[in-house]
Design a protein around this ligand. Structure first.
Ligand code: MEV
Length: 328
């Protein structure tokens, strides 16, 4: 029998284009160096056991034949959906135990669900010696995520799969961008609001707004799409001043969509007033994290001000590696 398989996938930050991405517009996402790790241990029984200690799930077990059926606790839903999608395509023969360890708070909005789906598919691919490539891993993991979050655009699944910094657009191949700040004099700053966002609710609010004002909201999405195009050029030229301005414009549109919050605005202002080139919310809004781009020389001061304004600075490097086997 195979030994245990350990797989990890990165969390993500949306740099540009959230919400518009749900409607098929392009967005820019980057993988962060905080990872979710999943261990799969084959057993000789037909039982599948899932442990996700950070979500208070331990010893949740069911027979392989019952996967995807009946009441499923929330904390097990994504992983069970990923097992079920894989099992339908490539029938599994024996049971196993899956245990996840999240290297970041699931409250940050870094995409722990998508990283769980991607690592589950990658581990099952290794278990069954299929060595699925990234496109296939993405396809199966995205199908699993969509079973639980039908409106998910897939950008977070793409970041967990490919890593790096990507232009992502629903039903289009991903474009990998060469955006590495290590050698540059700029940094991405992240501040957690302390409030967990409810993505489906926020996506629903934007859908309501779009139903009431289809023309206005379509204009916003098209303008955001244009920002994504300009950001791609600015990234290629490491033009951080322009990137900052584009973040500010993107934030104006997000505010117009009604997904910003007082806390997000406070942290965004703290960053901008202390030397950031620009700042915006990242993800669904309503809470979770804000991001800023700033000269490296200003990072400490901005982090201090984010903290003084009631936020939590989160230290991340961007452009991290996608899903990978850690050992087996
Ligand atoms: C949520 O992190 C980002 C949204 O665009 C939803 C999605 O793209 O799936 C609001």
């Amino acid at each position: 029998m195979l030994n245990k398989i350990t797989v990890s996938a990165p969390g993500k930050l949306m740099l540009f284009g959230e919400h518009a991405a749900v409607y098929g517009f392009p967005c820019i996402v980057t993988a962060v160096d905080q990872r979710l790790t999943l261990t799969l241990e084959p057993t000789n029984s037909d039982k599948i056991t899932i442990n996700a200690p950070e979500l208070q799930l331990t010893g949740y077990a069911k027979n392989l034949a019952d996967i995807g059926k009946g009441e499923i606790p929330k904390a097990a839903q994504i992983i069970e959906a990923a097992i079920s999608v894989f099992h339908q395509k490539y029938p599994l023969k024996k049971g196993f135990t899956i245990t996840t360890k999240c290297g970041f708070s699931p409250n940050y909005g870094f995409g722990s669900s998508s990283a769980s789906a991607v690592t589950t598919i990658k581990a099952l691919s290794a278990l069954t010696s299929r060595n699925l490539d990234q496109s296939r891993i993405f396809k199966l993991a995205f199908a699993a995520v969509r079973l639980i979050q039908p409106k998910n655009s897939g950008f977070d699944v793409a970041a967990a799969t490919w890593g790096g910094t990507l232009i992502y657009q629903l039903d289009h191949p991903v474009q990998e961008l060469n955006f590495d700040l290590i050698q540059s004099n700029a940094a991405i700053i992240v501040g957690y609001t302390g409030v967990k966002a409810d993505t489906p609710t926020l996506v629903g609010q934007v859908a309501d707004k779009r139903n009431q004002n289809p023309v206005a909201v379509s204009r916003i999405f098209m303008a955001v799409s244009d920002i994504v195009t300009q950001a791609k050029v600015a990234m290629a030229g490491n033009d951080f001043v322009v990137l900052g301005k584009l973040m500010n414009f993107n934030q104006d549109y997000l505010r117009n969509l009604g997904v910003s919050s007082e806390k997000l605005e406070t942290l965004i202002s703290a960053a901008k007033n202390n030397g950031a080139y620009g700042a915006k919310l990242s993800g669904a809004g309503g809470g979770d994290c804000m991001i800023a781009i700033a000269p490296k020389a200003k990072v400490e001061q901005i982090n201090r001000e984010i903290e003084a304004s009631g936020g939590e600075p989160v230290n991340v490097a961007i452009g991290a590696e996608g899903v990978k086997i850690e050992n087996n």
